[in-house]
Design a protein around this ligand. Structure first.
Ligand code: CP
Length: 324
């Protein structure tokens, strides 16, 4: 068996499991496509016909508000049928395997599986077993990968900063357990961010060999000094033993992004957070809702990015089917 690839035999994206290995051009193409789906505030959302006749299946075994809703909206706005499998009401509870679930839905002509799972490797495993015309898109894999989040974060920075090369970007908080941070690292590496900082308490730092080329800080104040972009992360309690979970008040006192700490960054710095936020734990409420916050724009951009990714894998499938 050939090693797994997200790309088809012509080098076109078939699945999106990770941003690792995507080139600058491939990321730029997805960002360009996403920008076509952005609208000004108050305008009707973008729509299209690129997914007419296509069925998208959302299979989430971990909770989600943003990713699941935006994949569903993205698919519907491009004309697809959508099913959302309620895992706790599905036959998985009766012992049906992941693959039998996928084969069952594939037999109902699901063309794109959107998968979030707490177990590493599930997305790739499914991608290795589906039919050639089917695509698998990761909606978050354990602590490892959240590729559409990485793309929407890059799109947001492009929107507010116009580029990447001259920027200092600080990723702050529970980096160790964060799939958002890993996908951010991959997409920022492809795009050539000027300086990427990892800012975390010792216990929440990634392994030393991870994220080469970044600059590590174990002080929030030093890590955000003169930064252009501050990306705050939630403590991923669901991936930690109870004993290791920091006390919320202590954490906020040392690691919370407050208005006074934000003054250490560049005056025009933007504040990002993938959500869900824990207000007054990693980020003060008045910073989350303040003038430098672009958190809601990240959510808006998530729909555009997911439309672009869906459109791209279906366009590539149509090229494969036409034998070009
Ligand atoms: N950012 C993110 O993945 O949010 P959800 O868990 O709500 O999808």
């Amino acid at each position: 068996m050939l090693p797994f690839s997200q790309f088809d035999s012509h080098g076109r994206l078939q699945h999106l499991i990770t941003l690792e290995g995507l080139s600058n051009e491939q990321v730029r193409e997805l960002l360009d496509r996403s920008q076509r789906y952005l609208r000004r505030p108050g305008e009707m959302p973008a729509r299209g016909h690129a997914l007419e006749g296509i069925t998208v299946g959302n299979i989430f075994t971990e909770p989600s508000t943003r990713t699941r809703s935006s994949f569903e909206l993205a698919a519907r706005r491009l004309g697809a049928d959508v099913i959302n499998l309620e895992i706790m009401l599905s036959s998985r509870v009766k012992g049906e395997s992941v693959l039998d679930t996928i084969y069952t839905l594939q037999a109902m002509a699901v063309d794109v599986f959107v998968i979030r799972d707490a177990e590493p490797g599930v997305g790739q495993f499914v991608a290795e077993h589906v039919q050639d015309h089917v695509s698998v898109l990761s909606a978050g894999e354990a602590h490892l990968s959240h590729p559409t989040q990485g793309l929407l974060d890059a799109l947001t920075i492009l929107q507010f900063k116009g580029g990447f090369r001259d920027l200092v970007v600080a990723v702050v908080g529970d980096v160790r357990h964060s799939r958002v941070a890993r996908s951010a690292y991959q997409v920022f590496s492809a795009l050539g961010v000027g300086e990427l900082r990892i800012v975390a308490p010792d216990g929440l730092m990634p392994e030393p060999a991870e994220m080469p080329g970044t600059v590590r800080f174990s002080s929030l104040e030093a890590g955000i000094a003169h930064a252009d972009v501050i990306m705050m992360l939630r403590i991923q309690k669901e991936r930690m033993a109870d004993a290791a979970i920091p006390d919320s008040k202590d954490y906020f006192a040392r690691w919370g992004l407050t208005r006074s700490r934000l003054k250490l960054a560049r005056p025009e710095a933007i504040v990002m957070h993938p959500g869900p936020m824990n207000r007054d734990v990693e980020i003060a409420s008045d910073v989350a809702d303040g003038p430098q916050s672009v958190i809601r724009q990240q959510v808006t951009n998530g729909v555009a990015v997911r439309m672009a990714v869906l459109e791209q894998v279906i366009a590539n499938r149509n090229i494969r089917r036409a034998g070009r």
